[in-house]
Write a protein that binds this ligand. Structure first.
Ligand code: PBG
Length: 344
């Protein structure tokens, strides 16, 4: 809360408390509540993730993420229609490799599954906003986000591969490049490479404060990207750290990030709030797979009201300070929001 607001509230309270002050007055009708509502949620602020697999006619449900499937390009083309009809802000694409190797070659192959998906989507729906995740973990046989030497995940040698992957996705027509690997210096390396290749106007959405989180569990099933040895703690952030998140955000902005991100979202609302206070850049929050799976599991058992919980959670992410939310609930939320506004 800005300081002047806090001061005014205190001053008002000093000479005018109950019964002059009755906060319940403004809660008496739906119209009043709508009039004084501080936070809004719109479909256009949501981004829906897709897991794209090689092949044709594939629509394979992901066990730990009810309602979410892996799609081959042809099936995804069909599925995307409803997102556009509902005004969802865009999609973010993750690819599953046909063939993995130590350096994740398929991640930067011109005819890899994601570049092909981008081309097909752009042909069919030129107006669709397409973000592409940039990371090697879905394409490396060891499952780490960078190249490895023994048990060490190497930083600098990974940068040129991430840059190659970014150029490959920009060439295919991606609207936003979103690096999620957490190597140091990758925003600068990717920005320079994109500029050099003639893509100076392709924006970067940096997964800046990405934590080493247990909430990614279902995603690693969905994207087949579990590390085959060790874990990601030498590159993703320690969940105990908040000041370090502000440092990561500042570094990424300095390197050229256009949009910054905090990930996960719900267990990190304090981080979103603190980042909001230090930057005017658009801020994205990733409501990750584990956060989605927990809601779906409880809803399936009838323990919670899914619609209420989802809209309340997404609103809390906005209230904390996010502008953009990447969420597997995007499609359902957009439907519920449209129903609230009396649209079909
Ligand atoms: C790739 C990546 C991950 C997620 C997004 N990009 C997995 C990871 O870092 O292990 C997680 C998304 C989710 O859980 O929904 N590095």
């Amino acid at each position: 809360m800005p300081i002047h607001t806090a001061a005014m509230t205190t001053a008002t309270m000093a000479f005018a408390s109950f019964p002059a002050q009755r906060p319940r007055r403004l809660r008496q009708s739906a119209a009043l509540r709508a009039l004084v509502r501080e936070t809004s949620l719109a479909a256009g602020e949501l981004i829906y993730p897709y897991f794209v697999v090689p092949g044709h006619g594939v629509e394979r449900p992901i066990n730990s993420m009810p309602g979410i499937s892996q799609f081959s390009v042809d099936r995804m083309l069909h599925d995307v229609r409803q997102l556009l009809d509902l005004g969802v802000g865009g999609v973010i694409l993750f690819g599953l490799a046909a063939q993995k190797d130590p350096v994740g070659s398929e991640a930067y192959a011109a005819h890899g599954v994601v570049p092909e998906a981008v081309r097909a989507l752009k042909r069919e729906y030129p107006e669709l906003l397409i973000a592409c995740d940039v990371c090697l973990c879905e394409y490396t046989d060891h499952g780490h986000c960078g190249v490895v030497e023994g048990e060490e995940i190497l930083n600098d040698p990974t940068l040129s591969l991430l840059a190659k992957m970014s150029i490959c996705l920009a060439e295919a027509g991606a609207d936003i490049i979103a690096p999620s690997d957490m190597m140091d210096g990758r925003i600068r390396a990717i920005r320079l490479a994109l500029d050099d290749a003639g893509f100076a106007l392709v924006p970067l959405m940096a997964y800046s404060a990405k934590y080493a989180s247990g909430f990614y569990g279902p995603f690693r099933d969905a994207a087949n990207s579990s590390p085959q040895f060790g874990d990601r703690r030498s590159y993703q952030m320690d969940p105990a750290n908040a000041r370090e998140a502000l440092k990561e955000i500042a570094l990424d902005i300095g390197e050229g990030a256009d949009i910054v991100m905090v990930k996960p979202a719900l267990a990190y609302l304090d981080i979103i709030y603190r980042v909001r206070a230090i930057t005017d850049r658009p801020l994205a929050a990733y409501n990750v797979s584990g956060e989605y799976a927990m809601v779906k599991a409880a809803a399936e058992r009838g323990w919670i009201d899914e619609r209420r919980i989802v809209l309340e959670s997404l609103t809390s992410i906005k209230r904390a300070g996010a502008d953009i939310i990447i969420t597997y609930h995007a499609l359902a939320a957009a439907r519920w929001l449209a129903a609230e506004h009396g649209k079909p």
